[in-house]
Design a protein around this ligand. Structure first.
Ligand code: AVJ
Length: 342
């Protein structure tokens, strides 16, 4: 077998593995009570396109807030992080619209860095890479289509330059509090002392603003969520009828999160061939598709300290809706008894 066909074959195997994992996670999630689907599967090519449309909605304030923050504080950020050569690694890069503010600024300053955008959607990574090659001649880019955890493994294997990791848009809000601690500690393990991360947190705020952001009148957010059913049909041989599910999203004050669901409008059975079985829904039964946690400053200050980071600076938008916080990796503490009571 020549090198080319071997490469092709290994790529096919990878695609097969992804599909198998998708089928297993769908089967597992739809067997739970209440049913759920992992939100990372919302982002295929169509899902990423719909999410871009969400970011353009007037109601979806996080994008505007973070754009304002990056424009206003790019100088502060570059002064702190931009002293030596570094890899600028972005987790969940999407269309990179906000990141371009930093890229432009870093290039204007003549900083020496390579951009490593990581996103679960191959079409997003491809689109972003093409777009940046045109817009930023001379920028070194090395995109990767994979999930966060595989992305962290990649990060740990990068060359000896220091890392500056971007985790913007309150992507961290998709994790439960327990998951975000696990994620941050694996992120810390993939970094070296002195490296920086910039993390976006959507703040708790008045409920109408929150609810409107996830219930836009044009129904883009509903289509974004429902897209996962269409994706299961196309990729796993499912027979979901998307119109027999209704999108519902609300704020759960106990969890501190917007919680999104697809609710079955009738009693129905849905066959998913690649799962080798069907799933029965009772009338009004929900599938939990996504949680978007909202934070208070105190919450993430504590998270930083517990996971081996030092909060260096926090930047807010003028409405105080959103924060980008800059953390530096500090030496790991021993596992002495004092650590238990932080
Ligand atoms: C990309 C996960 C930050 O939770 O606000 C937007 C996704 N879902 N509208 C969010 C989303 C519905 C978004 N994140």
């Amino acid at each position: 077998m020549n090198g080319q066909s071997r490469e092709k074959e290994s790529r096919l195997c990878e695609a097969d593995d992804c599909l198998k994992e998708f089928a297993e996670e769908v089967a597992a999630g739809l067997s739970l009570t209440p049913k759920q689907l992992p939100c990372k599967y919302l982002y295929d090519a169509e899902g990423s396109r719909l999410f871009q449309a969400i970011m353009e909605l007037e109601e979806y304030y996080p994008t505007r807030c973070e754009t304002e923050i990056l424009n206003r504080h790019k100088e502060d950020i570059s002064t702190i992080v931009g002293k030596a050569e570094f890899n600028l690694v972005e987790l969940g890069a999407g269309d990179g619209a906000k990141t371009k503010i930093l890229l432009r600024h870093f290039l204007d300053l003549g900083l020496s860095f390579r951009y490593v955008p990581i996103d679960i959607s191959p079409s997003a990574v491809q689109g972003l890479t093409c777009d940046l090659r045109k817009e930023f001649k001379g920028l070194a880019i090395q995109g990767l289509a994979t999930d966060y955890f595989e992305g962290l493994r990649h990060l740990a294997r990068l060359d000896r330059r220091s890392s500056f990791v971007l985790f913007l848009g309150s992507n961290i809000g998709n994790f439960t509090p327990g998951e975000s601690l696990i994620f941050l500690s694996s992120l810390r393990t993939s970094l070296r002392t002195g490296d920086y991360i910039l993390v976006g947190f959507d703040l708790k705020k008045d409920l109408n603003t929150l609810l409107r952001a996830y219930n836009d009148p044009k129904g883009v957010t509903a289509r974004f969520n429902t897209n996962i059913l269409r994706r299961i049909n196309d990729e796993l041989g499912g027979n979901f009828v998307p119109s027999q599910f209704e999108y519902f999203s609300t704020y759960n004050p106990r969890a501190g999160a917007i919680e999104s669901f697809l609710i079955s409008l009738r009693r129905q059975n849905v066959l998913v061939e690649q799962c080798g079985r069907s799933f029965s829904f009772s009338k009004w039964e929900p599938i939990h598709t996504e949680s978007s946690y909202k934070f208070r400053k105190e919450d993430f200050g504590r998270m930083a300290r517990r996971q081996g980071f030092r909060a260096v600076a926090s930047f807010c938008d003028s409405r105080r809706y959103f924060t980008d916080t800059l953390w530096q990796a500090v030496p790991f503490r021993g596992s002495g008894p004092q650590d238990q009571c932080v």
